[in-house]
Design a protein around this ligand. Structure first.
Ligand code: G3H
Length: 278
């Protein structure tokens, strides 16, 4: 996000103040053609009624953000609100699902397939969120398989990685995040459609945001890993965004870190208080 931190901060402020959900924002890391991506994940399981979602979309529709080639905005509601959001959302913002099934659709009651998302015209999907890894037992390999299948169907993927507090304290952050990234990278065929979201588990929904230095360190390591294991081109062009207790107050400093290409913001965007303060 070093390319245009002013624009990024501006966009983050605008989105966070206007929404009340989860926001992700990212920028290409190479100097040429800087652009950004903001994903607002509107509502998790406990959050959101159709009325609330409509209100949020109305506010988003009025938000002032830099043009699409500078700031890419993606709204990611729960499955049940995808079509509602898509139907109401301004045309320069896109929509993402928060998950999808690992393989071709079939008799997997309750699951949503990549094919269904494509059929609905949903271009993005978030995969490997830490809540799915820890609460629903998704392994690195399973997440990698999901990424591969979603990409094969033409979806763009926001692939989440991140260490627990215990892993950080035992000094294994780099190793954990590299293993998660490896399982994804081995199955990626088209890096242009992949964004990596670094979300330290200890920072998600806790109010304990990573310091700018902590975030930068992991993002730098991730980029180094991509350079060593994929290619220099992929390392420089892949957007690596940060998620975990991002809010309007801490976003500016985080946004100034050279390898932090954007944000995935949750709780901050749900707070009306935040909205009123900005
Ligand atoms: O899904 C949301 C992200 O994990 C970040 O959430 P948060 O901003 O509430 O910590």
């Amino acid at each position: 996000m070093a390319n245009c931190p002013g624009l990024v901060s501006e966009a983050v402020d605008t989105i966070i103040s206007g929404v009340g959900i989860v926001v992700m924002l990212s920028f290409a890391s190479d100097g040429a053609g800087a652009f950004s991506l903001i994903v607002s994940q509107i509502g998790c399981l406990q959050n959101g009624t159709a009325e609330e979602v409509k209100k949020i979309v109305t506010i988003l529709n009025e938000a002032e953000v830099p043009s699409e080639d500078v700031v890419e905005v993606v709204i990611s509601p729960p499955f049940v609100f995808l079509t509602l959001v898509k139907s109401l959302l301004r045309s320069d913002f896109a929509v993402a699902a928060q998950n999808c099934w690992v393989r071709r659709g079939g008799a997997f009651t309750g699951e949503i397939s990549a094919e269904m998302l494509v059929n609905l015209g949903i271009p993005w999907v978030i995969l490997g969120h830490s809540e799915r890894r820890s609460l629903l037992g998704e392994t690195n390999e399973f997440v990698g398989d999901k990424v591969a299948y979603a990409l094969s169907k033409g979806l763009k993927v926001i692939a989440c990685v991140g260490e627990t507090l215990e892993q950080r304290e035992s000094g294994s952050t780099t190793e954990v995040v590299a293993a998660q990234t490896k399982a994804i990278a081995e199955r990626v065929t088209n890096w242009a459609d992949v964004v990596i979201a670094y979300e330290p588990v200890w920072a998600i929904g806790t109010g304990k945001v990573a310091t700018p230095a902590q975030a930068q360190e992991v993002h730098f390591d991730l980029r180094k890993w991509l350079e060593a294991n994929v290619s220099t081109e992929v390392a420089s062009s892949t957007r690596i965004i940060y998620g975990g207790s991002v809010n309007a107050a801490n976003s500016k400093e985080l946004a100034g870190q050279p390898d932090v290409d954007g944000f995935l913001v949750g709780g901050a965007s749900l707070k009306v208080r935040t909205l009123l303060l900005l």
